[in-house]
Design a protein around this ligand. Sequence first.
Ligand code: GMT
Length: 377
Amino acid sequence: MKKLKIGITCYPTVGGSGVIATELGKMLAERGHEIHFITSSVPFRLNKIYPNVFFHEVEVNNYSVFQYPPYDIALASKMADVIKEEHLDILHVHYAIPHAVCAVLARDMSGRDFGIVTTLHGTDISVLGEDSTLAQAIKYGIDRSDAVTAVSEALKQQTYDLIDTNAPIDTIYNFVDEQVFKPGNPGNLKQQFGIEDDEKVIIHVSNFRKIKNLPDIIESFMKIRARMPAKLLLVGDGPEKHRVMEQVKASAYKKDVLFLGKQENITELYTISDLKLLLSEKESFGLVLLEAMACGVPGIGTAIGGIPEVIEHGVNGYIVELGDTQAVADYAVQLLQDEQQHSAFRQAALHAVSEHFHQHKIIKQYEDLYERVVAKK
Ligand code: GMT
């Protein structure tokens, strides 16, 4: 296909949408496209130099006349500058609000007719559950985009349920960098953490927001631990951390829960993990599950949002109803005590990643979409 000039806007900090946007930019650059990140800081996964990847910083000045820092206006202005200077073909924004709305504003400001591609990651749609005053802005961002994608079928359906739009939405699943997320050698990492050989390792990775439902992670683990030797690794940080620490402190097996905080090199932790838990109340995809699966770690997740599109129940993990910690414990104990079944799930998880979420297949879907958008301009 023709090599394109593509602008990418996302929240560049730790978080699934930023990870996907950055990895997508890197892979598109490797395929010869010219990539322009227009973000408030260098995306944290942009850890390699590419001659065809550029970073344009959005600077938000907090003048005292403004009650709030004008991020959206600063972003739209920066987008308009980059579009004019670099002659972008496509601006791919992650999130309808504020990023798609900023892209539409930038189109007006620049007077150029480039293609706007918007990817919905879920949080803008789930925010709507709590703040319906934003529905019009989300609809505006979606309707004025030239193409819209959602990271799961569930999110696509939820968008149609909540937003009054007829815009076509393509589901394009998330992916992982399979050069990074792959099975590895644990070395003596288990010993370094003081974990005994006969103890199974269960891992949870999140930003500790309320919707991640940490209380059920702890409750499930306590039920598992009462039946077999195990450790729980909690990776990440966020608003619920303190409450979770209190819950663990009051529990029977507090010494078996390890708070590891934010970690850069999660793949190493997966080499010692036997099972991943993601028991969220809201989750449009669950990228952390896919990352674990790519490392050969099966997961148990709730029947929420896109999670059942990532985990195939009874094949590479288990799906449970929200709140059913007894089912989590029953499935976990059964899987962790049956080596043959665990190995079959591990293989099935690796197979699912390469079959349904293979990075090259997903990048091709984005490229085909860009081609369609550019052809219409
Ligand atoms: O889950 C979060 O709190 C972070 C959020 C984000 O915007 O980065 O993640 C969303 O996008 C990820 C990448 O598409 C998805 O894997 C997550 O499921 C989604 N989070 C929610 O829907 C809550």
